[in-house]
Design a protein around this ligand. Structure first.
Ligand code: HEC
Length: 384
């Protein structure tokens, strides 16, 4: 039978007091994690590029499994509370054990993830910038390129490129790359293009150059893929081959870019198609950001930040946030394991029953909060 402490009138009041205290404690927990989430929000809105870059290094499969594991554990805990309330002592032991098993799974998976990160120096401090395995780095192909060797692809064909260029790029850059002031730069004479190899040029065309980019020279936006999201990398490679041809032609007729085979019609400003793809700014910028965040299988074989020329500045900050948030959450899981073990010992001795289930109920509440926090952490860190 339950013991009522002397300050309480009856067990009911004692239970109500315990519950109030627990909710108060949970409120402080929410405040604590709320602060951490604010930190996340500020960092992410100031440096979105760091987050879209860093989250590539997290394993969504492990993270997803852990999400399922935690949701299952919450269910087991809820069942345990119910068994305690109904006085089913044996089942209580079973469900508490299952909850504990889920905790162990969760921490095991977390340990795998953390050890990979430490092994590869994907950490919060300056160590991030040290090559973890000097001299051993090999570019490994990821994504589609890993399955399908690049050699299978067709060699870039300037003739196909010319057709694609006409439909996708000529509206702004002119039929033969001579450019239109205010809508697209000359491509034939561009030193920027000459200095880039094909892979980097492919990447540039995929990403474009927003009007507010410091490298933008005209104040007009070059949309990602020229505003044709459907263009495949291989098609862009054809276009690049064509642009290389244009450059050769322009090189042969120096000082007179308007001469030769260039059709005069393209020089008439009135013919210029308006920048059809610029669209509402908000949309275009979102697309731009999404596009830079993705791992381009051909041009982006590098998954070691030490060898990645496109690594954003201060990329290690992502791992600072990651370890802070998941570490704090992990500490709560460990504490949860402690109290669940304590419950389990009590339950095995038959301590909890219809009249005495307060501790099980309270630990249950705590455990649901821990679970809930992970439900937020998973998308915020892994799925961005
Ligand atoms: C909506 C108009 C528009 C379309 C369509 C367009 N571009 Fe551009 N592009 C621009 C603008 C504007 C710039 C110049 C940006 C700047 O000021 O730096 C530019 C710049 C470039 C540059 C860099 C040139 C340099 O010297 O800095 C390349 C390369 C390029 N575009 C390739 C392409 C390709 C390839 C296509 C077709 C797939 C294409 N563009 C379609 C507007 C367009």
């Amino acid at each position: 039978m339950i013991r009522v402490a002397h300050q309480f009138r009856d067990p009911r009041q004692q239970f109500a007091a315990a519950k109030l205290g627990m909710w108060l404690f949970l409120a402080t927990e929410v405040l604590f994690f709320g602060g951490l989430f604010c930190l996340y929000a500020v960092f992410r809105s100031n440096h979105p590029e760091i987050f879209s870059y860093g989250s590539r290094f997290l394993d969504t499969t492990w993270g997803g499994i852990n999400t399922v594991v935690l949701i299952t554990s919450s269910f087991m805990m809820a069942m345990a509370v119910r068994c305690a309330q109904l006085g089913r002592k044996k089942e209580l032991v079973v469900f508490l054990s299952l909850t504990l098993l889920c905790c162990v799974d969760f921490l095991g998976i977390k340990a795998i993830e953390y050890s990979h990160k430490f092994h590869d120096n994907l950490v919060w401090g300056t160590q991030f910038y040290e090559d973890p395995h000097p001299g051993q780095w090999q570019p490994t192909l990821v994504g589609a390129a890993a399955v399908q060797p690049i050699t299978v692809l067709m060699p870039p064909d300037p003739e196909q490129g010319r057709m694609l260029y006409r439909s996708s790029c000529a509206g702004c850059h002119g039929l033969t790359g001579e450019g239109f002031p205010g809508s697209g730069k000359p491509l034939g004479t561009s030193g920027f293009i000459r200095d880039l190899d094909d892979n980097r040029l492919l990447r540039f065309i995929n990403v474009g150059r927003p009007a507010n980019d410091p490298l933008n020279t005209t104040g007009v936006m070059m949309p990602p893929k020229g505003g044709r999201p459907g263009l495949e990398d291989q098609e862009i490679r054809h276009i690049i081959a064509y642009i290389r041809d244009l450059q050769t032609q322009a090189g042969q007729a120096p000082g007179d870019p308007a001469s030769g085979a260039r059709p005069a019609v393209a020089q008439v400003p009135g013919i210029a198609i308006m920048p059809f793809s610029e669209g509402p700014k908000g949309l275009a910028d979102t697309y731009f950001e999404l596009d830079t965040g993705k791992v381009d299988p051909i041009d982006k074989p590098v998954l070691d930040p030490r060898h990645d020329p496109d690594r954003p500045e201060n990329a290690h900050l992502f791992f600072g946030v990651y370890f802070l948030l998941t570490g704090m959450h992990g500490a709560h899981v460990i504490i949860g394991m402690g109290v669940i073990t304590w419950l389990l010992i009590g339950a095995a001795r038959g301590k909890y029953g219809r009249n005495n289930f307060t501790p099980v109920d309270m630990v249950g509440l705590y455990w649901h909060l821990v679970d809930l926090i992970w439900i937020f952490l998973f998308p915020l860190l892994y799925l961005i």
